[in-house]
Design a protein around this ligand. Structure first.
Ligand SMILES: [Zn+2]
Length: 114
């Protein structure tokens, strides 16, 4: 079958409505969302989206949680790195925000004098 839409892809169903930017965003999301992804369990390109952030492999049947529109998100991969100990966990900084607030209030006072 001939390719019906050259550049708008799945957003072609909106025709001329909703503006270029919104349609481009929908297109970029839906292409990844509807594609078949590589399974983390068996390695076959058979993972499809069941629901929001629920992904299932049509080959081995494994079901797992991932991103809402992409089985692997950047933040998810960063978190996996932290769990493996390859990246540092974000440290709790309780004193810094107070310092920032103090500095900001000082700047405000200075600004008021000028
Ligand atoms: Zn699989």
């Amino acid at each position: 079958m001939a390719k019906r839409t050259k550049k708008v892809g799945p957003a072609g169903r909106f025709q001329a409505r909703y503006g270029v930017r919104a349609r481009t965003r929908v297109r970029n999301v839906e292409i990844i969302q509807k594609a078949k992804h590589v399974c983390p369990n068996c390695g076959h390109q058979k993972v499809k989206r069941l629901s929001t952030s629920v992904w299932e492999c049509r080959k081995c049947g494994v079901k797992f949680a991932g991103g809402a529109y992409n089985p692997k998100t950047e933040s998810g991969q960063n978190f996996e790195k932290m769990l493996r100990g390859e990246a540092e966990l974000p440290t709790k900084e309780t004193e810094k925000p107070k310092e920032k607030v103090a500095k900001e209030s000082k700047n405000k006072i200075k600004g008021g004098k000028e």
